[in-house]
Design a protein around this ligand. Sequence first.
Ligand code: 5GP
Ligand code: MG
Length: 191
Amino acid sequence: MPKLKPSATHADLETVLVSESAIKRRLKKLGEDISHAYGDEEITVVAIINGAILFTADLIRAIRNPIRLDCIRISSYRNDTRSHGRPQLLHSLQLDIANRHVLLIDDILDTGKTLAVVVEMIKKQSPASVRTCVLLDKIGRREVEFEADFVGFQIPDRFVVGYGLDFAERYRNLPCIGVLKPHLQNPPEWA
Ligand code: 5GP
Ligand code: MG
């Protein structure tokens, strides 16, 4: 097997905020916390794609409970490093969540607008409960009141990519989370 070359993988990053090994360790603990919180209940996991794809895939393997999995797609950020407008639902749930325990998973909690809107949408479908889990929480950025039930890491107010998080759909496959070099944050050819 060829050896990974971290320097090549991370060449576009100015700083690595969360390493691959830190993610692995934290996910194990998060999986235990979630399993503990739900006891013997089945969990209906709802992942907000695309950002939460990698996190969800790894996290659910660390949860012991029976799980049903569904995805929704929301638009809020475009090819930009700042959020704008109200989040819109682009792809809705396929599973019936009435009377089910829903665990909503997103990549990052920033202004709080996305999760606040999605939680309201989910509650309209009469679930038994709704909890939220985010990989990252940008402290001090909230524009609406919202706290997640389970948080992977609190990070400072920097635009981050990697481990599911993108800039203009790139960098989702980086195994760590980091900040892009400034000159890469606005390449016109990626618009
Ligand atoms: P909120 O609605 O809380 O402001 O934003 C949540 C969404 O904004 C996330 O699901 C994510 O798509 C996007 N977002 C917020 N901060 C970042 C960031 O630092 N990097 C990336 N790639 N996306 C972000
Ligand atoms: Mg997102």
